[in-house]
Design a protein around this ligand. Structure first.
Ligand code: 5GP
Length: 115
């Protein structure tokens, strides 16, 4: 398994502004926020990307990622006005860190299509 910067954050080897933690997940502020609220929600397990997800095996984990996103959105006061959840996958998807992560973006009007 290739370790990434996110593995180091999970192991507390490098700092991050952590906003949520459970047995399976960690969520922290993105270091280069693209919106007033920009949180990364990651599994502690080293799943590199969306194409490594197995629906049956990871169903509970994925459900918990969405529950965490809803909770964090509420905590940050962006649930009512709406927000965006993004998974980038691979080169063309613009994925830079090969550890599965859900972006939670909010606090401003999003535009479509994304770049
Ligand atoms: P991706 O492009 O892979 O979907 O998103 C990776 C995200 O991780 C980027 O938005 C980037 O700003 C963020 N990021 C990269 N390195 C770090 C880091 O060391 N700490 C934090 N908090 N975010 C990071």
């Amino acid at each position: 398994m290739g370790h990434t910067i996110f593995s180091k954050i999970i192991k507390r080897e490098i700092p991050a502004d952590i906003v949520y933690e459970s047995e399976l997940l960690l969520a922290f502020k993105d270091i280069k926020p693209k919106a007033p609220v920009h949180i990364l929600i990651i599994p502690k397990a080293e799943i590199p990307k969306v194409t490594d997800i197995r629906g049956f095996e990871h169903a509970g984990l994925l459900g918990e990622m969405f529950d965490a996103a809803n909770k964090i959105a509420k905590d940050f006061g962006i649930a009512k006005d709406g927000f965006r959840l993004v998974f980038n996958c691979g080169n063309n998807g613009g994925q830079e860190v090969n550890h599965l992560h859900m972006h939670l973006l909010g606090g401003r009007q999003m535009t479509w299509p994304p770049g």
